[in-house]
Design a protein around this ligand. Structure first.
Ligand code: PEP
Ligand code: MN
Length: 339
């Protein structure tokens, strides 16, 4: 950490601050400039107490304290320079193969799920999405089929061979959801529900961590750190749009998160253009952008009849629309050097 002294600091105050820095386990190196004196405090910021309290402790002597180390460690590129991959049944996410996860927002019925599963599989998806426990803004909206929905996902997996991703909404359902799913989705509303993150991590299942709707990328990386710090290396980040002042889209899909996550972390990242835009007509363009920017996969909502969907009707693409999209994406996937 760097400690910046106020101008005109007395020798006595300087010594008191240096004593405190040593007491907290850092080695201080004093650097005297023309106008200011700063101290480089050497020590591991993640394992030592923070020095940020020095401004409060010595208000007349310390102007600011600047941390140098990042607050996350295990998710960082520094900790693991190569890209990490996540195994999901026979698939590898984050490797050369680009993966498309597709399916309805919510599991509604056997017919709806099976029709969708077969269609997305035929079009080239490898993972089936579908919410059994739904986080709905209003308590009067469809809350999901619960365990019945999980059983239908299991049936769809057996019939199509697709792997499954579904949301874990509450800690109390951890064992139940983990029993059925191949990837546990942590939704945007729960992205900083740390106890839920820990419970999900402890299942050992791959975790798809959505970005919180008002989350800074640093906070998202730190939420991911909870997964790795709980001995689960199988983390996949998922950008799904953040809340901004824009009203043409449901959220603002932040595609800049892709190169930033790629630079900061070794974990794979997938893009969810469906929650991102909230509009089916924008999904294709956003998918192409995501592929071109280096995403490892996509999470796309697909419904046999979006107009009658029980949730998120406006953003779900039709089965035909999805097949067309997958064809259109091929040259983009190849141009990005992926299969
Ligand atoms: C979803 O995937 O249907 C969903 C509810 O996602 P999010 O948590 O990103 O809103
Ligand atoms: Mn949805």
């Amino acid at each position: 950490m760097i400690i910046v002294f106020k101008p005109g600091i007395t020798k006595r105050d300087e010594n008191a601050v240096l004593r405190e820095i040593r007491k907290l386990g850092y080695i201080p190196h004093v650097m005297r400039g023309v106008a200011r004196t700063v101290v480089g405090a050497i020590g591991d910021e993640l394992t030592h107490a923070t020095l940020e309290t020095l401004t409060a402790q010595f208000p007349h002597a310390v102007e600011s304290v600047i941390p140098i180390q990042k607050r996350y460690k295990l998710v960082s590129r520094e900790a693991h320079p190569a890209n990490s991959t996540v195994r999901v049944r026979e698939h590898v996410l984050g490797g050369r193969k680009f993966h498309v996860m597709a399916g309805p927002c919510s599991v509604e019925s056997e017919k709806q799920l099976m029709t969708t599963a077969k269609a997305v599989k035929a079009a080239g998806a490898t993972i089936l999405r579908g919410g059994a426990f739904k986080p709905r803004t209003s308590p009067y909206e469809f809350q999901g089929l619960g365990e019945k929905g999980l059983k239908l996902l299991d049936k769809a997996r057996r019939e199509t061979g697709l792997a499954i991703v579904t949301e874990l909404l509450s800690e109390q359902h951890t064992d139940l959801v983990a029993e059925y799913t191949d990837i546990i989705q942590i939704g945007t509303r729960n992205a900083q529900n740390f106890q839920l993150l820990i419970a999900a991590a402890k299942t050992g299942k791959p975790i798809l961590l959505k970005r919180g709707l008002a989350m800074k990328i640093e906070e998202w990386l730190l939420a991911g750190e909870y997964i790795l710090a709980n001995e689960n290396p199988n983390l996949i980040f998922c950008e799904r749009g953040i809340r901004t002042f824009e009203t043409y889209t449901r959220n603002t899909l932040d595609l800049s998160a892709i190169p930033i996550i790629k630079r900061e972390s070794h974990c794979p990242i997938v893009i969810d253009p469906s929650q991102g835009a909230g509009r089916a007509d924008l999904v294709s363009a956003l998918c192409k952008g995501a592929v071109a920017m280096g995403a490892d996969g996509l999470l796309i909502e697909v419904h046999p009849n979006p107009a009658e969907a029980w949730s998120d009707g406006a953003q779900q693409v039709t089965l035909e629309g999805f097949a067309k999209l997958m064809k259109e994406l091929k040259p983009f996937i190849q141009a990005a050097g992926r299969d």
